[in-house]
Structure formats: C-alpha cells, structure tokens
Ligand binder design. Sequence first.
Ligand SMILES: [Zn+2]
Length: 366
Amino acid sequence: MPCTPYGLVDYPLCTTPEPGGWQEVAPGVLWIRLSLPFQLDHINVWALDGGAAGWTLVDCGLGDPRSRAVWEVLLRDALGGRPVERVVVTHFHPDHIGAAGWLVERTGAGFATSLTEWLFARTLSAGTDEATDAVVERFYRRCGLDEEALQSLLARKGAYSRGVPTVPATLTRLRAGDRLPVGDRQWTVIGGSGHTAEPVSLHRPADASGPDLLISGDQILPRISPNISVWPSEPDADPLADYLASLEGWTVLPADTLVLPSHGRPFHGLHRRAEELALHHAERLTEIETLCAEPRTAAAVTRALFPRPLDPQQMLFAVGEAVAHLNHLIRKGRLERVAGQAGDLAGGPADLYRRSARRNAVMAPA
Ligand SMILES: [Zn+2]
C-alpha cells in the first residue's frame, strides 16, 4: 500500500529526510536531502555503498560554503568516514555539480559524468566574454522581452560560476550502456537528452533485495515537469524532440521500478509518469499553436503560459521552455517564425511566431 498516492505516481516511503539528513531507501543506497536557496528548495543526492572500495556519490548540491559544511557532517556521519570512490553527476546544472570540484579535492574521489555535461560545466564555469554577452542579449531581445525583464536577466551574469566555483579537471567519461560496478552490484548508465544535452541516469536491476532502481536525475520527476529549454548558444535547437524520445525510452525498464529523482520523493509509476509528461507537452504544443493564430513574440507566449510573476531565474527557464515548444512546432511545420516583425523593442525588433501558411492551407475548408 503506497504511503501517499499523488496523481499517477505513488510514494512507497513514508518519511523524507530533513535537509542535511539521510535514510536508506534500498540496501546500500542512501537518500540524502540537501537544501537549495531557490524556489525549488531541495535536491536529493544518493550515496551508493561500494563496501571496501568506498562510496559512490551521485550528485552533490551547490558548491557554496553552506553545502560544504553540510557535506563535512555527511562524510563523517552518513558515510561513516569511509572513503569516497567516485563522484558521479547526472548533469551540469549547479544544484547537481556545484560541490563536485570541492568533494573530489576533499576526498580524493574520481569524477564521472558524460563528456557533454562535463564540457558544458567547464565552459560555463570559466565565465563569459563580450561576444557571448552580445549573443545572449540579442537572443532575449529577439524573444521580445521588455527592457526591465531583459536587464534583470542580464544582471544574472556570473550566476553559474557562483554555484559551481570549480569543476573537476579530469573525467571518467560515462556513455549510455556503460556498467558502473559499485561493490558487488552493477549499475548501468542510461542515456537520454532534453533537460540537458547528455544527462546520465543510473539503473540497477532487481535482485533478491528489492525491485529495479533508477536514479533519474532531472530527466523524470514525480511532480514537476523538468525544464526543457532553448538557450542563446543554440537558438534553433529542438530539445523537446529529444526529451519526448527519452520519455518513450523509459518503457525498457520494468513498470515497478523504484525511481529515485533529484527533486520530490522516490516513486513508483515510471511508465505512467512518462506518459503524463508526454501528454503535458502535447497539450502545451496545441495551446501555443492556438495562441499563435495571432502572431506573437516568444515573450508574449511565455506570459500566456506562465501568467504568475516570475523571478529572473524562473523567467530564464520560462522563456527557454516557450522557445523550445515554438522551435518544435516550427520543426513540425505547424508554426513559422518571422524575423524582426514586432516593432523596435528597445534596441532591436523581436521575432514573431504565427501559424504556418502551409498548415493554414491544409486546414482551410475546401
Ligand atoms: Zn537540472
């Protein structure tokens, strides 16, 4: 009997660790909860007991002094002062990789993730230059953001390297299908794409001690829809196509897999949740296509999708998510983008999105 059913997933565990606390969720697997100073106020990280070889940590929290102090206590108490063999991160976002550089230095552990996630982290933590700043500004102007929103986004410059002060300088590269031995158990790397370019998830098959386990990172979460965004560095990308393909891929795992997500609580219902998220995106695509019966900027679409007030960080994710859906609709021939049609918005005309002429022709009555 699940503890608290919610929607299409259920939660088999009745307790949640306090911030900085931990509990065992399967033999040899600790669920550690770290707090975050955002609206998304926590992250789950995982410690896998490799016996004499030491612990494998999966994700790290931010790299700020507060997380480091919490880790000092965790290393001593939760991990019993035993060695850390490796630090794996699921993807390059600061709440996942932030403390990795420090942890690797502090414990002598190895570091593992996919090549793409590592390169993103290395690049972003190195900071930016004028040409890159100009690309960022142009992208958000073309989205049609007003001057105030634009300036608050641009003021976030340097936020990445504040959350991720160092990134390990060497890597054990993980690829989909790789086996990761932890003690006498094997975890398998599951690939995917969408939330970021090449995130890593880890799967451990069922054995006498319990069901299949999936450490899913942010690729599938029980309550929130993982952010799928287009960023200024790749303005024509279609990460939603990658994400939808990844959602279909979860069917290779058994339906009763216990999913260990980065946010929220461990849950059952992987297949149902994947279907629910696919449906959410399909509905959002239809909603946006309908909105664009009247030509609109990406900013106008963002406001329609996310009518509540957004802080600058939320605004970045919201605009990125809107553009991801717009790009996908363009790729599917359902919308078209008309460059620079929305008047002069403080320094440059914004793009407009509208129903594609081809689509209208098909849909027009004979
Ligand atoms: Zn993330």
